[in-house]
Design a binder for this molecule. Structure first.
Ligand SMILES: *Cc1c(COP(=O)(O)O)cnc(C)c1O
Length: 649
């Protein structure tokens, strides 16, 4: 929930503005008490559902529902008249029929007629209608039971019909022509500072390119319209793709087996820890429940461990961000009898390849524990090193990070896990298949977006994947190198290099000019950039991950903006601009302010809105609101959705 609740707040000029409440993306991940953000919230899907409601409106939705219910009711009436037993009397879209011993027979006949019915057991069949069902389908199904379908049927909806209005807001009534709907969506898109305008340098998220060719298959009907429980024979293509992908991911990570079921990295963690727990239990080691987690871990790690019924013990980190091996040794020894697992992120959440990783894995094994490697940073490893070879027993891959599934705005994602051979029997099965430990409702999780990853790997090939990793690391080091004179780079390896992301210590501007990390983040909007990850994993810093997909020109534009901000802070420090009236504290600047008749600031309008000078003119991004009251948004969680007129005034 946190990170997906929208609060209504006001901006610096009293205009209403919406913001994600409590926690936005990575910024405020807590650790032990993690109420983590999850990149893979289903927000994107929620938006699709809302767009459906906006297009149809309440009348449209009711018309669809009545028609669907009408089809089901007519079938139920027809079958009853023909002496077929129907379960229940209150029917919405599904008719459950009892046909002793004949369920499979009838389903086979239906399949020959091009319809898939749900065989519940030998005696029962489920038949569901939706808005794509038609009169011919209804007649065919009636025929299977030797029933004739009446032209009409009395209502069969349960309970009391809805008598209060719903979806009363204007947005559900205004967009009734395709032209209007198109313009509405376009206006929304114009408010976004998205990847189609500029680099999104969020660290720890890997906002990499979602190439058009990777996305194409997802919208093909023969990929997108398959039911997750379609008979095997209808899903041979999917099966081939899934098998191939599992094989590739196993090869990339160095593991014996892969499960594609988990819907997110965090769910992969949960599935992986469950596998570890079952492994210990199966060996008579049920008491092994302690999970060691370094203090630098992503918030999902302790949350998943707690959900898997483990006891979290935090391991310290050293000054330079690495795991404190002495503390690890002490804790592993202290809990030797009870040690279940260590969760380690590699490269670390500080963006560094920790050199002791093999020794750390060996140490945990010596004490009878298993090693869970958080593979969210796999973008720095693919083609260069394999988690399995480092000594890890389980690892998740965030297909929505490293393998190109888009997740801006929240999912859907996939977080497959790879495991060493001894854990393979404990991979999540599927409930309907009779196996334990399922972590998702469908056997292959979000299978319909797997083609994105399949296409990516297939098109890149082994050499392309390796090149991408090298380029991602090079890009991060380029940014770190260009900016280090202005912002200290917090953590580095022995050779002075970072991995695929870098943490810029922006607290120097706080010390010299009172400029906060939020001022910098907001000012970046004036420069036409989405802010990097803020205050994670270290408060008051920015974490930048450029990925391999940004051209050098864009990296330079970003570095120039960061350097420009440092020099603006210099003008505050030397007294040229007052501390409470400068382009940083007032950022971002909207068009309404810039065009206002009044301008009473210590800096010019062009400094406010075109900080990079002429370079900005052609592609200016105008933010829809200025600085928003964060606390106000957190306190005003219940979005009453005032009518559009109220917002306009
Ligand atoms: C993103 C991330 C996770 C969680 O993955 P989701 O797919 O968002 O659930 C876990 N660990 C690290 C280091 C991450 O960056």
């Amino acid at each position: 929930m946190p990170g997906r609740l929208v609060g209504q707040s006001t901006d610096a000029h009293g205009r209403p503005g919406y913001r994600l409440a409590l926690q936005t993306r990575e910024q405020h991940i807590r650790r032990d008490k993690a109420t983590s953000n999850i990149c893979t919230a289903q927000a994107l899907l929620a938006n699709m559902a809302v767009a459906y409601a906006i297009w149809h409106g309440p009348e449209g939705l009711q018309a669809i529902a009545r028609r669907v219910n009408g089809l089901a009711a007519r079938l139920a009436t027809g079958l009853s008249a023909a002496g077929v037993e129907i379960a229940g009397t209150a029917i919405f879209d599904t008719v459950t029929v009892t046909v002793i011993g004949k369920a499979r027979d009838i389903a086979e006949k239906a399949e020959k007629a091009g319809l898939l019915l749900r065989v519940i057991d030998a005696d029962r069949i489920g038949i569901t209608f939706d808005e794509t069902s038609n009169e011919a389908d209804l007649q065919t199904i009636g025929g299977l039971f030797g029933a004739s379908i009446p032209d009409d049927a009395s209502a069969t909806l349960p309970g009391k019909a809805r008598d209060k209005g719903f979806l009363t807001q204007p947005v559900f009534h205004e967009n009734r022509s395709e032209t209007e709907m198109m313009r509405f969506l376009r206006r929304l898109a114009d408010k976004d500072l998205a990847l189609d305008r500029a680099m999104i340098p969020l660290g720890s998220c890997t906002m990499k390119l979602n190439a058009a060719a990777e996305m194409m298959p997802v919208s093909w009907p023969n990929v997108g319209n398959l039911h997750p429980f379609a008979p095997e024979a209808h899903a041979q293509g999917y099966r081939a793709m899934i098998d191939e992908l599992e094989g590739w991911l196993a090869e990339i990570t160095g593991f014996a087996a892969v499960s594609l079921q988990p819907n997110a990295g965090s769910q992969g963690e949960y599935a992986g820890l469950l596998a570890i727990r079952r492994y210990h239990r199966e060996r008579g080691d049920a008491g092994r429940t302690v999970c060691l987690i370094p203090s630098s871990a992503h918030g999902t790690n302790p949350a998943s461990a707690a959900m898997a019924g483990m006891d979290v013990v935090v391991v310290k980190c050293t000054e330079d961000g690495d795991i404190d091996v002495d503390d690890l040794k002490a804790k592993a020894a202290q809990f030797s009898d009870r040690l279940a697992a260590l969760m380690i992120t590699y490269p670390s959440t500080h963006g560094v390849f920790e050199e002791g990783v093999r020794d750390i894995c060996a140490l945990v094994h010596e004490h009878g524990g298993q090693v869970y490697l958080d593979g969210a940073n796999l973008n720095a490893m693919v083609g260069l090193a394999r988690p399995g070879d480092l000594g890890a027993d389980v690892c998740h891959m965030n297909l929505h990070k490293t393998f190109c599934i888009p997740h801006g705005g929240g999912g859907p994602g996939i977080g497959p896990i790879g495991v060493a051979a001894h854990l393979a029997p404990f991979l999540p099965g599927h409930v309907a298949g009779g196996t334990e430990q399922a972590v998702a409702a469908a056997p292959f999780g979000s299978a319909s977006i797997l083609p994105i990853t399949w296409m990516y790997i297939r098109m890149m090939g082994a050499s392309g994947l390796k090149r991408a990793t090298e380029t991602a690391i090079l890009s991060a080091n380029y940014v770190a190198e260009r900016l280090k004179a202005h912002y200290p780079v917090l953590y580095k390896g022995r050779n002075g290099r970072v991995a695929h992301e870098c943490i810029l210590d922006t607290r120097v501007l706080k010390d010299s000019a009172g400029v906060t990390v939020e001022d910098i983040a907001k000012r970046l909007i004036d420069y036409g950039f989405h802010a990097p990850t803020m205050s994670w994993p270290v408060a008051g810093t920015l974490m930048v991950e450029p990925t391999e997909s940004e051209p050098k020109r864009e990296l330079d534009r970003f570095c120039d903006a960061m350097i420009g901000i440092a020099s603006e802070a210099g003008k505050i420090a030397d007294g040229s601009w007052p501390k409470d009236d400068n382009p940083l504290v007032n950022a971002p600047h909207t068009a309404a302010e810039a065009m206002a008749d009044e301008w009473a600031h210590a800096y010019s309008r062009s400094v406010a809105t075109f900080p990079a000078g002429e370079a900005d003119f052609a592609a200016k991004y105008w933010p829809p609101v200025s600085r928003i009251d964060n606390v106000g948004g957190d306190r005003n969680l219940v979005c009453a959705c005032p009518p559009v007129e109220a917002l306009a005034s």
